[in-house]
Design a protein around this ligand. Structure first.
Ligand SMILES: [Zn+2]
Length: 727
């Protein structure tokens, strides 16, 4: 008996020791993650421009267009009520200050890491006239390097087309040629080399024993000999240049990128202040722009299984390509690519120029330095700098050709409301260069975002709620186009204070593609062509037509959950409606998890969720349809996940119904490590199959040792290390 007690105590002691070791390992693990991902950016914002003043309000160009049969005239618009960005019978969106006092304490200036102390050692210089690139060794960048013998060689990086699906990761494929070809300073790079890995051996003072290796990857916009047409003399067929900075609301552009904001405001870019997203995150907001459909419509049309690639889908770049435009798509964070995070992207490059092999190789072969969790430095250059440099070259080379190009930036804006400030000057510089060099003279240029920041402290405020739904949008028309179609510019300018959505942008781009200068009706969106309607929003139309003065969210394709047209009143979170509504939301979440349960890795499951509490409840009457809506924030267990949902009730039965998607408004961390499926990623709390939740509460920040083991395995396999960051 004594022996048994002694052994039990000994076992307990051993168990405690084991537990202590686990806790220490856990703390070390979490601390390492913390240090890796979160930089301390406690700098107060300097020289920020306070645009919420009367001076800012005076910027409003109150222009209205009255449509008189096919002719349009412009006059001053007095309809915009002071203090609102949109004001009509169906929609009233307040003009909240970017520096509202409820968020002022959350605003800081952020500094990105330096990728290289001076200039990178190697670069490629474009000769536009000869359409060739010269390799350059920057000997003078460092005293140690200037005294070194530098021997460089390059290995081309290639990606061949595939006829059939080869494996699920077809879009991740690229090959670095094993042979490294010697290359000298100032040597012309062969014209067939699109991407290349450069390896240089440095021997300080010629000493072989002290040699060091330098690596970089360069991208060249090569002449692919594709069909091109000269649009410099056809003002009616401008190119399209889209620059998107992910997760950037209009207010955060004003706040965190004041230099860029001022440049846009003063260089002919027109803002849409009522531009509202139509879905939660990146992909479902991009699909409406590029296809005119909601994702669920696209899945029926051309993307039957999430394991399929999207090559068959009717993205706009295909239409532009068919009509002779050169096409390009570049994105700076391949691990979280818009078409690849929890999805399989494209089997073959969807556009003539496609950066994925370049960025994947850079992320794989070069040292990566994180900036707030994103792969910011890829070797000696930052990922956004790589995209900007490529964009400059692309625009220079194709300035006279019709093109359709999308440049998507995530790495300095996705995870934090303050990090865009680090790239403000650089972004403004790039835009200035394009403008000053008259490189945008034949291009419609759109600078926009897909949504605002979707999580974090700001998201818990009313301002953050609004910003999430209202991304930045600026568009600039080239002078030739404005001369050819002055009514289009007038309509775009007047739509500044109308409710607009990504579907309108889709139809605008289509109009640019299909219209001809001799159209009889300048105001018509080419009704003879199958482009006048977006499947996701039959009532939407091109931004070159004035949006209806009384446009409602429904008419703009915006579901009630994303609609900011009506203000809410606070309800007691313990009220009957809040409690019952909360339970209903959790039922819906569990139904979603059950529907896609096959998309979880073998041996794992998404835990059934239960309601911990209804965090907040608000109610409003939808001006558009007169119905009452409830905005609920619920917290679920396990994992303390926070979801925001809009629900309504049926008149007779009082049964609840969902009015749009589910927003996940806190970071899901590693909770969904067992699935890559884009529909589950935000909602799943992974558990081993047959796992039973403990009775007590599981704090959001705590994962079990077993989970940590599985996470580590996942990380080591290199699959979804970036998964904690919501897309
Ligand atoms: Zn996004």
């Amino acid at each position: 008996m004594v022996l048994r007690v002694f052994m039990t105590e000994k076992n307990n002691a051993r168990k405690c020791t084991n537990d202590a070791i686990k806790i220490i390992l856990y703390v070390v693990f979490m601390t390492t993650l913390f240090l890796l991902y979160f930089n301390d950016n406690n700098y107060e914002i300097e020289n920020s421009i306070d645009y919420h003043s009367a001076e800012y309000n005076s910027h409003y160009r109150k222009v209205i267009i009255t449509e008189n049969s096919s002719k349009i005239s412009t006059k001053i618009d007095d309809n915009v009520k002071e203090g609102y960005v949109v004001w009509n019978d169906n929609c009233q969106i307040p003009n909240i200050s970017a520096y509202d006092k409820t968020i002022k304490n959350l605003i800081k200036k952020s500094n990105s890491p330096k990728c290289f102390s001076t200039l990178p050692l190697t670069s490629v210089i474009l000769d536009v006239d000869k359409w060739s690139y010269t390799f350059k060794i920057n000997h003078g960048v460092h005293s140690q390097i200037s005294k070194s013998i530098v021997n460089c060689c390059y290995s081309p990086i290639i990606r061949n087309d595939l006829k059939f699906k080869n494996n699920p990761k077809d879009d991740d494929r690229y090959k670095v040629e094993p042979k490294c070809y010697p290359i000298n300073d100032s040597e012309i790079i062969p014209k067939s080399v699109e991407y290349m890995m450069v390896t240089c051996e440095l021997r300080p003072n010629g000493d072989k024993l002290k040699s060091a290796v330098y690596k970089d990857i360069h991208a060249m916009v090569i002449d692919k000999g594709q069909r091109r047409f000269r649009n410099a003399d056809i003002p009616d067929k401008p190119s399209v240049l889209i620059i998107s900075i992910d997760s950037l609301s209009r207010l955060n552009l004003i706040r965190s990128m004041p230099i860029t904001y001022r440049l846009l405001e003063t260089h002919g870019f027109m803002s849409l202040e009522g531009y509202t997203k139509v879905a939660d995150n990146t992909f479902p907001n991009v699909v409406p722009i590029l296809t005119g459909m909601f994702v669920n419509q696209m899945t029926k049309r051309c993307w039957n299984s999430p394991k399929d690639e999207m090559d068959e889908c009717p993205f706009l770049w295909k239409d532009f390509k068919k009509r002779g435009y050169v096409t390009a798509y570049l994105e700076d964070e391949p691990s979280m690519g818009t078409y690849n995070f929890g999805k399989y992207g494209f089997r073959n490059a969807p556009t003539d120029y496609y950066s994925r092999p370049y960025m994947l190789a850079a992320e794989h072969y070069l040292p990566v330095v994180k900036y707030d969790g994103m792969s910011f430095c890829l070797g000696p250059r930052s990922a956004p700098d790589r995209v900007y440099a490529y964009m400059e070259d692309f625009v220079k080379l194709h300035r006279h050709h019709g093109y359709f190009a999308v440049f998507w930036l995530n790495t300095f804006s996705h995870n934090d409301v303050n990090t865009p400030s680090a790239m403000d000057q650089r972004t403004a510089d790039v835009l200035s260069k394009l403008l000053d060099g008259r490189l945008l003279d034949n291009a419609v240029t759109v600078v926009l975002s897909d949504h605002g920041l979707r999580f974090g402290a700001i998201r818990e405020t009313h301002v953050g709620w609004l910003e999430d739904r209202m991304p930045a949008f600026y568009a600039r028309l080239p002078t030739g186009y404005v001369t050819a179609r002055p009514s289009h510019r007038a309509a775009l300018a007047a739509n500044k204070h109308r409710l607009t959505s990504p579907f309108d942008l889709h139809l605008t781009l289509k109009q640019l593609l299909f219209q001809q200068l001799n159209d009889d009706d300048d105001n018509n969106t080419n009704s003879s062509l199958p482009v006048a309607m977006a499947e996701g929003c039959p009532t939407c139309h091109s931004l070159f037509r004035l949006a209806d003065a009384n446009r409602s969210c429904e008419q703009a394709g915006i579901a009630p959950h994303w609609c900011t047209c009506d203000e809410y009143e606070e309800l007691d979170r313990r009220s009957r409606i809040a409690m019952d509504g909360g339970k209903y939301v959790v039922q819906q979440l569990n139904a979603l998890l059950a529907k896609y349960r096959m998309m979880v890795r073998k041996g794992y499951a998404c835990s059934n969720l239960s309601l911990r509490k209804t965090v907040s409840a608000r109610s409003r009457v939808n001006r558009g349809n007169g119905r009452r809506e409830y905005l609920l924030v619920v917290e679920t267990l396990p994992g303390r996940s926070m979801f925001e949902v809009t629900i309504g009730q049926e008149d007779g039965s009082g049964a609840f119904g969902m009015l749009g998607d589910i927003s996940r408004i806190n970071m899901y961390g590693f909770q969904s490590y067992c699935t890559d499926d884009w529909r589950l990623k935000k909602h799943c709390y992974c558990v081993k199959k047959n796992w039973k939740p403990a009775e007590d509460v599981t704090p959001a920040c705590v994962v079990s040792v077993l989970q940590m083991y599985n996470i580590a395995k996942t990380v080591l396999r290199g699959t979804t290390f970036l998964a904690p960051y919501l897309l």
